[in-house]
Write a protein that binds this ligand. Sequence first.
Ligand SMILES: [Zn+2]
Ligand SMILES: [Zn+2]
Length: 879
Amino acid sequence: MVDFNKIEKKWQTRWEKKKIFKVKENSTKKKFYILEMFPYPSSSSLHMGHARNYSIGDVYARFKRMQGFNVLYPMGYDAFGLPAENAAIKANAHPKKFTENSIKIFSKQQKELGLSYDWERMIATCYPEYYRWNQWFFLKLFEKKLAYKKKAPVNWCETCGTVLANEQVVDGKCWRCHNEVSIKPLEQWFFKITEYAEDLLKDIDKLEGWPERVKTMQQNWIGRSEGTMVNFQMKGSEEIIPIFTTRPDTLYGVTFMVYAPEHPKVLELVKDTEYEKKVKEFIAKVVVQERFSRTAEEQEKEGMFIGKYAINPLTGDEIPIYIANFVLLEYGTGAIMAVPAHDQRDFEFAKKYSIPVKIVIQPQDYELHVEKMSRAYVEDGLLTNSEQFNGVNNREAIEEITNHLEKKGLGQKTIQYKLRDWLISRQRYWGTPIPIIYCDKCGMVPVPEKDLPVKLPEDVRFTGEGNPLANIKRFVETKCPKCKSDARRETDTMDTFVDSSWYFLRYCSPKENKNPFDPKKIKYWMPVDQYIGGVEHAVMHLLYSRFFVKALKDLKIVNFDEPFTRLFNQGMLHKNGFVMSKSRGNTVTQDEIAEKYGIDTARLFLLFVALPEKDVEWSDQGVEGSYRFLNKVYRLLEKKITNKTNKRLQNKTHKTIKDVTQNINEFKFNMALISIMEFTDYLTSGEELNKESIETLIKILCPFAPHLAEEMWEKTGHKKFVSLETWPKHDEKKIDVKSEAEEEMVQQTIADIRKVLELAKIKQTKKIELFVSEKWKYEAFKKISKEIEQTRNIGEIIKKVLIKGHEQEISKIVQTMVKGPSKIPAVITSQEDEAKTLEEFKNLIEKEFKTSVVIIKAEDSKEHKAKQAMPGKPAILAE
Ligand SMILES: [Zn+2]
Ligand SMILES: [Zn+2]
């Protein structure tokens, strides 16, 4: 058995000492930037789920490096954030100490996985050298009015004690702690991502290397819709209520209006009225309801009248104003016009609260009557009850009524997005301070660039209540940069998603201290060629990063507009049916597997068990299998290695290179490993090995099991690292389809012999006879396979291929082949060739079954069995 642990230590030390994975810009080499989403560092042991994620990236990076690319493959840590702060409150340790310790443990374990990162580029977002550039970007965005502060109803997580961006509220719950999110009106900082809604949507088309599912999620999240803004007037006031609708054709049928309960306007409207108390109660009840289910079709519609009326701009009708659970603040203007005759939700609500229903679209082939309607009519038809638009097709009326509104100044065509601005302020300590100063005389003043970074004060008390920064006098109290009078600092910090929106740029020049990055280096390395990470970031990190890059391009800081050319979403590792996670307690740690089998075994198993994009179940037996395989590979070194070559070995070698290369390129790592395993079996079964084939095997194994590959490379007399060797190229001329087919025939025959022995219950064979098919059948097979390409008509084929004296057999063969085309061999040889091949592999078969084998042409035998032999399928007689 190989001492894997010893080998791993040896090579990890050498890699580190010689810095073999360090990269520099090199204009003569083609660059390739591979990146995994950087982790939040935790101090617990890495488990096999982590190991799988990083191994996927590492295989690809090693492969591309060996292919001759100048590969940038860095690692760093998303080091700010709540867990460290919460842990600090609990354990009374400073978040900085806690984080630094976590990073140390995390990176040590990553090194033990054998990952080929350029560790000199490591970054951590919690250091001023990094976060000062968050502040710098903030100032640039502030200058362009892309960062702004406003009072808004925002998502509040009580457990986390902070606000959340819309993207961080998943089905009404906090993305981090899964607690219900409530709505609070607060003064908050936003990044104006909506300014880029159109570009973010349009440029999704450029993301050819992204999974369709992620692109669709972004499209839906941005949520563009074309429609009409209709100005309703508040009864008894000059105030206008703008309503966005995609159905202006139903405007004459509006019988009520509905505000989202959390709309700030609502409390204003009911202030000091008899409705105030009840409305407040209703709001309190609704806003804690899960927002996703509030709008679900089957959800019970609930609401109440708030005592006010609006005026329909076309009819002058008074329309009662309601609030209801099914209207959300983030859609349109946070209020809707309701047309119960032609919208199902409005219909249900109107029925429940006895609101009139007015038909404005009639179907062409029958007539609707309000009193007979059991549900809304949502199909097309002709307008009715709509004054001058009566009789107009409703599709056309959309345009006509909009034009009419525009002419009268009552509305206009518009485009709406579901996307809302990105809320970036957090009321917590462990993040980037927002570089703003409040002065009583000058108002809001940005911190001058030369004063950056605004450093996080380090001696802080963590009580678990409120924002610790707000209680630090030395931090809060400052001078106004403009007028020098007393002023105070902003105490909110930035969402950590700001840190991760540009970290991929920092890796290009991680030690740069005059700018966030060196533009020349950015030009060489960016964009990221292959990004790897979880699909859960589809509308958070991946959207924010795209926005950031677009904003930086407009600021002329970068010269490209998309950060990630290709994106790969890996699957999750499960155990006992659940995603492997520490909180669930179903983890298999890297340490325990490494100690028992070595890390190469773990890597191999994790990549062999399924396609990298699929979820997989951990299996102890699977690990054992990988362990045995690697030992088998190593034992090949016991064989004699020669310089001799033969056609078969050459074919096998080049066919394997071709398959493995193609499969790694397509992220089908498990398929690549199957080819490598077959090749290993092939080399194991032969008498001797040649240099080309063993060197090929070591090289193509290197991305998967790099430590063992290095060891074997050294043992076969090489002085350099196999990790830096050139990836083998296959030679199409050396791939021989015929030779491949012949071997397959032999393998199939061995499998057939095994079946025969099993069926006949023969434990020890004395003799095996193999009958090679009669000569005429090869000719017949060739003809039939050609005819089958033209027609599947059995009678027609039989007529064309008939051979005198074999009529009955031909008819039978044709029928079987038409029914099961897979029965036709890929390559049809000749009786002579087939007999020769079997002779060639006679030794192998004899060894396999520990008996003597005789090969006989069917014509030379009187055995009835001999007649059953077919081309590529010898008949078998065993006793
Ligand atoms: Zn939370
Ligand atoms: Zn001032």
